[in-house]
Design a protein around this ligand. Structure first.
Ligand SMILES: Cc1cc2nc3c(=O)[nH]c(=O)nc-3n(C[C@H](O)[C@H](O)[C@H](O)COP(=O)(O)OP(=O)(O)OC[C@H]3O[C@@H](n4cnc5c(N)ncnc54)[C@H](O)[C@@H]3O)c2cc1C
Length: 381
């Protein structure tokens, strides 16, 4: 058993970290004020191979492992978890296209998405169904040319911003087996968007409802086979959960690094606050939490790469554990900054706000426990 990163993995982490420090961190507070990430950023990430991290090399992607990808998300989140998480969603969609798309979809939709000339969004949640995603109501009715899509998707990251949407819609009966995945391109007739959601965190990336009113989707835009869409959507999520956990980890680490530096400079009662043993213990606890989170996350990613039978359980466990540890550490870092932690300029309150949603999306942390408990009961027999 070897817990060290290889030289190549360390280089991937360093490359992502430097890019984040130079191209993202200086703008992160500004982008959250304007509520959008400039589109010019994406091709720069694409040039590093980050637009198709685990898209196969045969399809033009970087062909990295899931473990390698978590390193990219951990490193980029040290600059801004909102930007890194958006990249994760794009990559989840790119992987779905690589795994299940026809040659035509790969040429038209995936090829420009890999260099990030275009960005992709994932549309599963609806106003009436989130955790119970298989109860979705958006319907794709067969037409001579393909499908007519009617319904509403809620909370869509990149809604009204992205170039194409992978939409899970009902083509058959109730339940997961009646769901198909369709690619809807921006500008499709009958596609519209709700207003910009005013959110606690992830404010740099736009979130909107995505609405379909008899939206015409050509038959060629069906991803894979009819009735398999829910399966494809869930397969994307195991890795998506690792990425979101990595985003919590990187951002919490950057909060802890900033706190360690701050505590050496800030004085109270005649000495630097890092000389109070009670506070040193809090630093130690934060370090222990993040190191444990990192080890657990990388083990889960390794399981997914190996195709281990318990990979889904480990991805769910890691997502819950790491996102909660990340938020706890970020909150402690805010406390250790005193009043300054509450001010935007110090960057800590943004991390606290950005990380909160990681306990809610890609499956809530209650659903993560449901997955774990179900597998425990199954194994017991
Ligand atoms: C900022 C943001 C961005 C998002 N981006 C996207 C996106 O790009 N694409 C997309 O498809 N979705 C996206 N989502 C949606 C997200 O995935 C859902 O919000 C999430 O799955 C939870 O669904 P819900 O909000 O409907 O909550 P609900 O499912 O209504 O859950 C409400 C509460 O009940 C709990 N609960 C529900 N069922 C159970 C159960 N069986 N046992 C125990 N507890 C249960 C939940 O854990 C939660 O605490 C985004 C959400 C946010 C906030």
């Amino acid at each position: 058993m070897d817990f060290a990163l290889s030289e190549e993995q360390a280089a991937i982490f360093d490359m992502a970290r430097s890019f984040g420090a130079e191209e993202i961190a200086p703008h992160a507070l500004g982008w959250e004020k304007t509520g959008t990430i400039p589109k010019e950023l994406w091709p720069k990430l694409g040039a590093l191979g980050f637009g198709g991290l685990y898209v196969s090399e045969a399809s033009g992607g970087a062909g990295l492992t899931r473990l390698d990808a978590t390193l990219v998300f951990e490193a980029l989140s040290m600059a801004c978890p909102s930007v890194a998480a958006f990249l994760s969603i794009h990559n989840m969609c790119a992987r779905m296209l690589d795994a299940f798309g026809s040659d035509d979809l790969k040429a038209r939709i995936l090829a420009p998405a890999i260099p990030m000339e275009t960005v992709l969004s994932y549309c599963l949640t609806e106003p009436g169904s989130g955790s119970d995603a298989a109860a979705l109501k958006t319907r794709a009715a067969r037409t001579n040319e393909g499908y007519s899509l009617t319904g509403t998707k809620a909370f869509i990251s990149g809604g009204g911003y992205s170039d194409a949407y992978i939409v899970m819609a009902r083509t058959g009966a109730e339940g997961p087996k009646g769901i198909s995945a369709l690619v809807v391109e921006d500008g499709a007739p009958g596609l519209s968007f709700g207003g910009l959601e005013d959110k606690m965190g992830w404010r740099a990336q736009p979130t909107r409802q995505v609405q379909f009113d008899g939206c015409a989707v050509p038959a060629a835009n069906l991803l894979g086979d009819e009735g398999q869409g829910f399966k494809y959507a869930m397969m994307g999520l195991d890795g998506g959960r690792l990425n979101i956990a990595a985003c919590s980890l990187g951002a919490a680490q950057s909060a802890l690094d900033a706190t360690l530096a701050y505590m050496g400079e800030r004085k109270a009662f005649g000495k630097p606050i890092d000389q109070f043993q009670a506070l040193q213990f809090r630093l130690a606890d934060a370090e222990i939490e993040l190191q444990a989170a990192r080890t657990f996350l990388r083990q889960a990613a390794w399981k997914l790469d190996q195709g281990a039978p318990d990979a889904t359980k480990f991805c769910a466990m890691a997502k819950k554990f790491v996102t909660e540890a990340g938020s706890r550490v970020a909150d402690q870092c805010l406390q250790l900054h005193g009043g300054y932690g509450y001010l935007a300029d110090y960057g800590i309150e943004k991390i606290v706000r950005d990380l909160r949603v990681h306990q809610i999306l890609e499956g809530t942390n209650e659903i993560m426990r449901l997955i774990v408990a179900r597998q425990m009961l199954e194994a017991r027999g």
